[in-house]
Design a protein around this ligand. Sequence first.
Ligand SMILES: CC(C)(COP(=O)(O)OP(=O)(O)OC[C@H]1O[C@@H](n2cnc3c(N)ncnc32)[C@H](O)[C@@H]1OP(=O)(O)O)[C@@H](O)C(=O)NCCC(=O)NCCS
Length: 281
Amino acid sequence: MSPPDCLIRPLTEGDFAQAVALTDTMDWGLGEDDFSFMKLMEPEGCFVAVFGGKVVGLITSISFGSVGWVGNVIVQSAHRGEGIGRELVERALDYLEKKGVTTVGLYAYQNVVRFYEQFGFIKDRDFVWLVCPEAAWKGTPASSLSQSRLEDLLKLDEELFGAPRRRLLKPIFEGSHGLCRGIIQNGRLVAYVMGSKGKSAEIGPWACLRGYEQESLSLFQSLADEVKGLEVFVGVPAWRSEVVDFLLGIGFKKRFILPRMYRGPPLPDEGVLAIESLERG
Ligand SMILES: CC(C)(COP(=O)(O)OP(=O)(O)OC[C@H]1O[C@@H](n2cnc3c(N)ncnc32)[C@H](O)[C@@H]1OP(=O)(O)O)[C@@H](O)C(=O)NCCC(=O)NCCS
């Protein structure tokens, strides 16, 4: 049970600065713009725990049809063990259920797997979070995907990730500053990579149809000029050793291993080379 005067309510714009300060305690590197984006994506699906007028807990969620994700789950260290984390997770799950979500996914630290198991989450496969401190790899230049390919990309993404993600991918595509590229074979999009950049760059989603894995590595490498000199982050399936080895070979380092967890029917894996983000799947 959380303390009676701890209120769980939807995240508002006025909470962003405190949300950043809270997540900074875990070095998640989030800014107010990240919370603004989450709020834009799921206006009623992000929650804060407020105690004595201060934000002491946070969770975000997002829904794509029958698939939803939760992320940014955190309680201020002084208030852990008081039932606040449980209330936040239950509130987000309740919200997602009402939206028609049947599968909920998340990426967990190893030491919180048991925390999530109490809500019915099952530990699935491992993902690796990699960081390239200062991108300097070389790649053959490739052109960005044209706007006319957006519908093809959304269709392929839905096929591979098992969820309609237009709401998320369209703004990334339109603001991607040249980080959105694809492979077209006989007029058909068979692989793509997306990303966003500011002071650093985050690459993902990155996915392909079976048989195009090798070409997809070159596709990733073709982002060289776009991310040169930046810190670059990417989260990839740990069991795809060819992808992990490729990234290590061009200057990435393993930051941590995160088990994916899910509740409800399993999440698909086929063709996924990199996730979009740790909080949105
Ligand atoms: C994980 C976290 C959100 C839990 O929040 P919390 O408010 O301390 O959790 P609660 O007090 O609601 O705990 C609810 C139950 O989970 C248990 N629990 C809490 N943390 C746990 C853990 N790491 N492993 C196993 N069980 C845990 C509690 O003992 C409690 O069990 P009980 O109901 O049988 O007493 C919090 O520890 C935290 O912010 N950690 C740092 C950030 C982080 O790692 N976030 C997860 C990212 S994947």
